[in-house]
Design a protein around this ligand. Sequence first.
Ligand SMILES: *Cc1c(COP(=O)(O)O)cnc(C)c1O
Length: 453
Amino acid sequence: MANDHKILLSESELPHAWYNIMADMPTEVPPPLHPATHQPVGPQDLAPLFPMALIQQEVSTERYIEIPGAVRDILRLWRPSPLHRALNLEKALGTPARIYYKNEGVSPAGSHKPNTAVAQVYYNKMEGVRSITTETGAGQWGSALAMACQMFDIECRVWMVKVSYYQKPYRRSLIQLWGASVLPSPSEVTEAGRAALARDPNTSGSLGLAISEAVEVAAADEAVKYSLGSVLNHVLLHQTVIGEEALKQMQIAGDYPDVVIGCVGGGSNFAGMAFPFVRERMERNLDTEFLAVEPTACPTLTRGKYAYDFGDVSGMTPLIKMHTLGHDFVPSGIHAGGLRYHGMAALISALVDAKVITGRAVAQTDVFKAALTFARTEGIVPAPESAHAIRTAIDEALKAKETGEEKCILFNLSGHGHFDMAAYDAYLAGELMDFEYPQESMDKSLANLPAVE
Ligand SMILES: *Cc1c(COP(=O)(O)O)cnc(C)c1O
């Protein structure tokens, strides 16, 4: 086993195909249902919002889907991403465990999100789409999509939740720098936005409302489509380049993980890392463990219910069978903005239900403590979202120290935290708190789940 800090692949070793776990699911994945009729949604229901190639990927059961050359050409700007052996962190912890991490923070937007943004924009371009709309919370997804649209010369409009628009100005600048227009949500340009402003002119907005605005504009014009940065099957599919590369890199390292760890918001970076290793586990009868890490403030997998629910707050999207806290769940103001979604990708939920993947919840102050340990040993300032995976990797390594087990740990570093300095400032000033989602609020929002036979 080499003691190198990083294991690099050449550009020609970028995977040629995405891995579609739908071909190998050990249990049935219940279909998405129409919000009004509760019948399975067909391609025609989704056609106003997505190009046909992405709708086909959404329902495909083909095991491998070829990555188009034009997409690979752009991914090669930063891929394959490095796999690091966290030698400094291991030493600081005094653990016999070996810790590896895949660094998705090396992309131009600083996270894994461009992996799917580039693919999605490509298929839109191929089908003659002129303009794409989306929503963004803290701005990670908006900036990734803006960059991809710029590269394929497509117009991009981003509805950014108003409170972030004013509090996180530099992600907004990044979106504009890559040529997209960004509107605070609620905006005056949509029916949904005007209605919200009429109700409360000072509203700070919400992700659910921003989705409604972006969807409304896309649905009204055939040349305009909508794009989503997580949760959907095709998004998870595009992220599997992470795990496919990591498999090759672990082989070069002469090692193999006992446990694979990632943070989960909607589930895309975790799935991208984990699914190729889930395939290996099934094919080779391994007993690899998979840990999906979420905040205690938004405990979708660990305390939510596996049931049909809407993907948005206003109940316009199809019903998805997933772990959910209820579509009217109101998240507390934790700093990992990307992990505050009430639901979870259907594929991850099904694998948690089948006991292949295990959910784990960690508290905010423990997460930032781990982020500092990581920054001070490995040097990289992690995104607060990614620091949830770091927390769990450190916990596993400390457990191994107690038992003397020479465990191999692999986690995904989904992004860097250079735009999250306000959160780090708050932590260093001792101002961060832990949130435990109250059972009473949970019972209340779960009581509003749609009744599906
Ligand atoms: C958006 C984001 C996440 C959460 O989204 P997933 O779809 O669950 O991966 C995690 N980390 C970073 C850095 C993000 O930008």
